[in-house]
Design a protein around this ligand. Structure first.
Ligand code: 5CU
Length: 391
């Protein structure tokens, strides 16, 4: 049982939405990413987004995409259920990465960012939402113009970005002017994986989405951010602020190895003013890692003031048979408990729950904010031993 009295305004920095216009776009496509009609009448539509998901018979029907993915009232309901005061909402993957650099794509990005601002202003949001904008990344020039617009939208605090850049990864020199524009406007890049890495598939075992999400996503972030660091971007732009999804993949754990390998490679080392861990310690990390070992590793490695609570809503919804009833989200409670039960100083915990995000993203607590007790009792705190049936 965990009862945590919190003075903190709880802020969720990792929470997604598929904006209505985006879903409409996916409904009219028949290659990944796309939305399929419901399998049965009365059920939700199905979302197919991950690379190769349509080819594997265990994943080809995707997963249901219901109101939680697009309805602001569902977002607020979810926040109320878990004691979340503010959310910084971002479009879910794969953003606009798959669209060509046409005027249509640029216009779509502009409309979607206005739509995100309007969602934050919606009466139902009650002043509790901020957002990250979306860039038409296949056009660097278009993305720079969009950064200028995003910077003027009062509730947007940065941009969500995948690891592809405009097709050649984040260390592509073509992206430098875009990074410069983002840094100039003091926006934050929320870096999020989508593509995974080319893990060998098993001929014998169906693994569905599980390994792509559990391992492919974090390895992708690990590799992409390492490449970015090796490009020397942070010597050039020390003020560029990156918030890494899923606690930076495996970076807090592998930073020492990365340092050692880079230091022993004179060609690479000579391009950098510092070992990679110097830059990594200055990045920001969400705490979407589901386990206290991961939270403690991130806190140990980076500045504890750089770590922030997130949920990944509306992905990983409650399982019908999970302990704690069908309403609370085990994925959220695992992340909350990993922070509050990690043995960290109360001030560090309060920072991770919300104060760090308020500061980084310049957010104001909502009028409704009051100190509260986060009540996680009766929730299985360790998903690895949660008494759920695995079928
Ligand atoms: O379940 C999934 O596919 C995902 C996803 O695509 N993106 C994400 O952020 N979380 C879960």
């Amino acid at each position: 049982m965990t009862l945590f009295k919190s003075d903190a305004c709880v802020v969720d920095v990792h929470t997604h939405v598929y904006l209505p216009e985006y879903l409409e776009l996916l409904r009219h496509r028949n290659t990944v990413p796309f939305v399929l009609p419901p399998l049965k009448k009365g059920e939700d539509e199905r979302l197919i987004i991950l690379p190769g998901e349509d080819k594997d018979h265990s994943t080809q029907n995707g997963r249901p995409v219901g109101a939680a993915y697009y309805d602001v009232r569902e977002k607020i309901k979810f926040m109320d259920l878990h004691g979340i005061d503010l959310s910084v909402v971002s479009l879910a993957n794969p953003w606009l990465d798959f669209l060509p650099p046409t005027q249509t794509t640029l216009d779509l990005a502009t409309r979607m960012n206005v739509e995100m601002e309007e969602m934050c202003l919606d009466k139902a949001a009650a002043g509790r939402l901020y957002g990250f904008g979306t860039l038409p990344v296949t056009s660097v020039e278009g993305s720079i113009k969009e950064v200028e617009r995003i910077a003027k939208l009062p509730h947007l605090r940065g941009v969500i970005m995948g690891t592809a850049g405009c097709g050649k990864g984040l260390d592509d020199p073509e992206l430098i002017p875009l990074f410069e524009a983002i840094a100039r406007h003091q926006l934050v890049i929320f870096l999020h994986p989508h593509y995974g890495v080319s893990l060998p598939t098993s001929a014998n075992t169906e693994v569905g989405h599980s390994l792509a999400l559990a391992l492919g996503f974090p390895f992708e972030t690990t590799y992409a951010v390492s490449r970015l660091i090796l490009s020397g971007i942070f010597d050039r732009l020390p003020d560029l602020r990156l918030l890494l999804a899923h606690s930076g993949g495996t970076l807090p754990f592998l930073a020492g190895r990365l340092d050692s390998c880079v230091i022993h490679d004179p060609l690479v080392a000579s391009r950098l003013q510092h070992p990679p861990s110097y830059y990594l310690k200055r990045l920001y990390y969400d705490a979407v890692i589901y386990h206290e070992t991961g939270v403690k590793a991130t806190v140990d490695f980076a500045d504890p003031k750089n770590i922030m609570f997130g949920t990944d809503h509306p992905f990983f919804p409650p399982l019908e048979n999970q302990n704690g009833g069908p309403e609370r989200w085990m994925s959220v409670d695992s992340n909350l408990a990993a922070i509050t039960d990690s043995g960290l100083d109360k001030t560090v915990v309060q920072g991770i729950l919300g104060e760090n995000a308020l500061k980084l993203l310049n957010l104001s607590p909502p009028a409704s904010f009051k100190k509260k007790t986060l009540d996680l009792k009766d929730i299985s705190l360790n998903p690895t031993i949660a008494p759920i049936s695995l079928r």
